[in-house]
Design a protein around this ligand. Structure first.
Ligand SMILES: NC(=O)C1=CN([C@@H]2O[C@H](COP(=O)(O)OP(=O)(O)OC[C@H]3O[C@@H](n4cnc5c(N)ncnc54)[C@H](OP(=O)(O)O)[C@@H]3O)[C@@H](O)[C@H]2O)C=CC1
Ligand SMILES: O=C(O)[C@@H]1CCC=N1
Length: 275
């Protein structure tokens, strides 16, 4: 599965780093080649206990020996974290830096990392934990093929990958995949809540929604039919689904979804100016 096995250090051990590391370990990436840095003891302890990876409190100490550094802190912390990292390591060390941060451009990252020439941006999502992630990748012109291949193999180990040719495409991946698990969760929460209002206990309401969501997603995955055809197969003429869908249309669900996705892109663009 992994042609290249590099020493990888994650700076930050939060939700997204955890999802990627969990997925990598599940696919057999050697735990001893992975290091996680984080300021709190609890995060480091959980990473060590759950995945058997190395941990360090000091970012530079954790990253110094690494071939690849994954930047997995919040976007607003990247400037201080990167600047401190290169200062403490005595330079960028010509490592491959893989950023998972939303809204921080390659140019900005390069400025934070004292001109580091090897930077790849990725936009993963949390289902990576189960090996069901969806990641977009962007590499600036001139990126070596080896760096592209390693970045791709790392993210492909935790799900599917797509490359975008323009950096702006990363913001479109955020809208359609990076943020999107939350859209589905919101929809599922709403169904569960109403099922409970109808009288089901919480456990049964959750079972109804989780099994249905999983079944629907699996049908989309396994079928060559357009999603709209799968929808119409559920929708009997004059039946119950038609009434439910009519209600969604009245509420302009598709317009709302498009608006939400545009809002995610707009926020990513705003962040690119902010950070
Ligand atoms: N969550 C998601 O679905 C997705 C997130 N992303 C991107 O991933 C990045 C991380 O997001 P997410 O995982 O959700 O955030 P979290 O808040 O869950 O995790 C942030 C991590 O950064 C650590 N941290 C804080 N300060 C430092 C520091 N000075 N040095 C090293 N580590 C530090 C925290 O440590 P501690 O635990 O010790 O406090 C924590 O482990 C963001 O840039 C986001 O844009 C991208 C795609 C999807
Ligand atoms: O909400 C965010 O900004 C991050 C990026 C995509 C998912 N979570």
């Amino acid at each position: 599965m992994f042609d290249q096995q590099e020493k990888v250090t994650f700076i930050g051990g939060g939700n997204m780093a955890r999802s990627i590391i969990g997925g990598l370990i599940k696919r057999g990436y050697p735990a001893h080649l992975i290091t996680v840095t984080a300021p709190t003891d609890r995060t480091r302890q959980r990473m060590a206990d759950d995945f058997g990876v190395n941990t360090a409190e000091d970012n530079a100490k954790g990253a110094k020996e690494a071939d690849v550094v994954v930047l997995a802190v919040k976007p607003q912390l990247l400037d201080i974290v990167c600047e401190r990292l290169v200062a403490d390591m005595g330079g960028h060390g010509d490592k491959l830096y893989l950023s998972i941060a939303a809204g921080v451009t390659v140019d900005t990252l390069q400025a934070y990392l004292s001109g580091a020439p090897r930077i790849v941006r990725t936009m993963p999502n949390t289902p990576s934990l189960l090996g069901l992630g969806m990641t977009g990748l962007y590499a600036p012109t001139g990126t070596k093929q080896d760096d592209k291949l390693f970045s791709q193999s790392l993210m492909a180990a935790v799900g599917k990958v797509v490359w975008v040719e323009e950096e702006a495409g990363i913001n479109h991946v955020i809208a359609a995949a990076g943020s999107a698990p939350a859209y589905f969760f919101l929809f599922m929460e709403a169904i569960q809540t109403e099922a409970e209002n109808m009288g089901f206990d919480t456990e049964t309401a959750r079972l109804l929604v989780q099994q249905t969501a999983q079944g629907a997603a699996q049908m989309v995955t396994e079928s060559d039919l357009p999603i709209s055809t799968l929808r119409s197969q559920v929708t009997s003429k004059g039946g119950t689904t038609a009434e439910a869908l009519r209600t969604f249309e009245e509420g302009e669900l598709s317009t709302l979804v498009a608006k939400a996705m545009r809002a995610a892109v707009a926020r990513a663009e705003e962040m690119a100016k902010q950070f």
